[in-house]
Design a protein around this ligand. Structure first.
Ligand code: DMJ
Length: 618
């Protein structure tokens, strides 16, 4: 290719160069050059002559630009605001200019091969960002749906070197957790990092590979391509849902369906879409109850369901049947089958027909009678992600799901009135409600609510945005305190505000830490919305504690007592450590254009799902 082809424009030599009209054109061109040189000189003088800032300030004040006296009161005030603003602008121009110069210097120092590589990877990123998927839901009779992947799936490196280093550290942790799992427990659901073998809880029955499916999108986002490829191959060959297994509908939905959907939306690989829909179909018999409120447990071969034997009078659990909505809406999108959406919309109907004690949603609902079980209310275990999914259903619908929005803000109002309290030491916490009596205890799980309040602040009615953000910040602070008040600087499963203690676990069976993500999740949301450096600092503290106390030769382990002077390890590397804890840490040290919130919504297991735009927007 000739060198001129690389220029943004080319001048073709004219065979009629001596004609009068061509001569005028050249003249014009020269004049234009002289004129642009003059303009450049003027700009140079304004920005680089020693007293240019004062000169500019004067110009701005006298012309009234940047000073709105109606808003700021007296003229003197106006000048102060104006001067500040101009100074700030000038400082920014200087900083931008320096940055551009440094970048230019860096580029000049690079070898041509490196520059070529940079251009190629930039092109690659742009191509990836513009990826369009085509799917007809596996049904040849359906038209293809074009789906343009939302931006931010492949985040850019943070410009700030310190942040970059921290983000790289998180990636190293992910690599270590993944490699350890691969080495000692490949194909099992989870890893036992001390015994160096596989581990399976009864949540998944005989379905295998929870860690692989849960980690897929984290691998993708962190650009761990070889690992992602290995995971995909395992899924193609081994992920089998034709098994005689009784599973938790909730856990399988949030980890497997959510993980597969995310992997599809990020990579466009058809295998993930197919597997997600196949598994969704296996879960449908769970809704075969008199009310359509699903069972907690389902045998995916026989289609027979039941509830947890310990749940009040055979009830289904609010946080379980209320945490299917996001995934099921997407299953309908990707399969062209409305049945998934219909099932979860029906749950809404049942809930909306019921009276709510003090506007609160009890944790237990009987799927046969459609009546509440025990009147226990919690924003932690048994209740938590129900509230999260109301808000996120509204956000994921591109703010069209008004019913979800109303249910969310009404329930938060009731929670504020009846559950949120302040300790005498000034810590805000969310208590549990037992038939009208408060238990002054907050779970680690409840700490996700800081992030939820921040995410929902924007749509809050009656000018409550600021108030919701304050609440979010207070919850983040309380949860941070629950970490700092332990010996190992990791938070307990639950902490109390009674008997003279604040944010401390008092019962032995509440002192454990199982690599849960909720506190870091809240730091991540708070960082995105406030850019207050303390959230990154708090996240970094937690990361260091994880490295110091949870990292062992064979992976990462939970801890039995965070108040002990030495960790007694529980020997489980939970799949959500890779799906959530490490992903939220990574995003905490990423720029805001990584999975931006206006395009992506995280399911409760931190699997990003795209906002569903109107058909015409696709
Ligand atoms: C995760 O599986 C999900 O976040 C769920 O909603 C609740 N708890 C675990 C992690 O703590």
């Amino acid at each position: 290719m000739p060198a001129v082809a690389l220029l943004p424009f080319t001048i073709t030599p004219s065979r009629k160069s001596s004609s009068p009209s061509a001569f005028r054109l050249t003249e014009k061109f020269v004049l234009l050059l002289v004129f642009s040189a003059f303009i450049t000189l003027c700009f140079g003088a304004i920005f680089f002559l020693p007293d240019s800032s004062k000169l500019l300030s004067g110009v701005f004040f006298n012309s009234g630009v940047e000073t709105d006296t109606s808003k700021t009161g007296t003229d003197r005030d106006a000048n102060i605001f104006g001067a500040d603003s101009v100074e700030r602008k000038l400082a920014k121009i200087r900083k931008d200019h320096e940055k551009a110069l440094n970048e230019a210097k860096d580029t000049l120092q690079k070898k041509p091969d490196e520059i070529k590589q940079d251009i190629l990877s930039e092109k690659d990123k742009v191509a990836q960002e513009n990826m369009v998927f085509k799917t007809n839901g596996g049904d040849a009779a359906l038209p293809y749906l074009d789906f343009k992947r939302p931006p931010g799936a492949v985040g850019r490196e943070p410009a700030d070197p310190e942040t970059r280093q921290k983000r790289d550290k998180v990636k190293e942790m992910m690599k270590f957790a993944w490699d350890s799992y691969k080495h000692y427990a490949w194909g099992s659901n989870e890893l036992k990092p001390i015994s160096k073998q596989g581990h399976s809880s009864n949540l998944f029955g005989s379905i295998q590979g929870a860690t692989i499916v849960d980690a897929l999108d984290t691998l993708y986002i962190m650009d761990m391509q070889d690992e992602f490829k290995a995971a995909k191959e395992w899924i193609e060959k081994n992920l089998d849902f034709n098994v005689n297994a009784e599973v938790s509908v909730f856990e399988v939905n949030i980890r497997f369906v959510g993980g597969l959907l995310s992997a599809f939306y990020l990579s466009g690989e058809e295998v993930f879409r197919k597997k997600a829909v196949e598994l969704g179909e296996k879960l449908l018999p769970a809704f075969n109850t008199p009310t359509g409120v699903p069972w907690a447990l389902l045998n995916i071969k026989s289609g027979i369901g039941r509830n947890w034997p310990w749940a009040s009078g055979g009830s289904s659990i609010l946080a379980e049947f209320g945490t299917l909505h996001l995934e099921f809406m997407h299953l309908s999108e990707l399969s062209g089958k409305p049945v998934f959406a219909e099932k979860v919309m029906n749950i809404r109907k049942v809930l909306n027909r019921l009276d709510k004690p003090q506007g609160l949603y009890p944790n237990y609902l009987n799927p046969n009678s459609g009546q509440w079980g025990q009147h226990h209310v919690s924003v932690g275990g048994l209740g938590d992600s129900f509230y999260e999914y109301l808000l996120k259903a509204w956000l994921m619908s591109d703010k069209k799901d008004e019913e979800g929005k109303k249910m969310y803000y009404d329930s938060i109002q009731a929670i504020e009135t009846h559950l949120i309290r302040k300790s005498s030491g000034g810590l805000t916490y969310i208590a549990e409600w037992k038939g009208g009596l408060l238990e002054h205890k907050m779970g680690h799980l409840t700490c996700f609510a800081g992030g939820m309040f921040a995410l929902g602040a924007d749509g809050a009615p009656d000018d409550k945005t600021g108030h919701q953000m304050e609440l979010a910040a207070e919850i983040a602070r309380t949860c941070h305190e629950s970490y700092t008040r332990t010996n190992l600087k990791l938070g307990p499963e639950a902490f109390r505000f009674d008997g003279g203690v604040e944010a401390i676990a008092t019962r032995q069976n509440e002192k454990y830490f199982i690599l849960r993500p909720e506190v870091i999740e809240t730091y991540m949301y708070m960082w995105r919305y406030t850019h207050d450096p303390k959230y990154r600092q708090w996240g970094w503290e937690a990361l260091q504690a994880l490295e110091q106390h949870c990292r062992v030769e064979g992976g990462y382990s939970g801890i039995r007592d965070v108040y002990a002077s030495h960790p007694n390890l529980d020997d489980v590397q939970q799949s959500f450590f890779l799906a959530e804890t490490l992903k939220y840490l990574y995003l905490l040290f990423s720029d805001d254009d990584s999975l931006p919130f206006e395009h992506w919504v995280f399911n409760t297991e931190a699997h990003p799902l795209p906002v569903i735009k109107k058909r015409t927007d696709k």
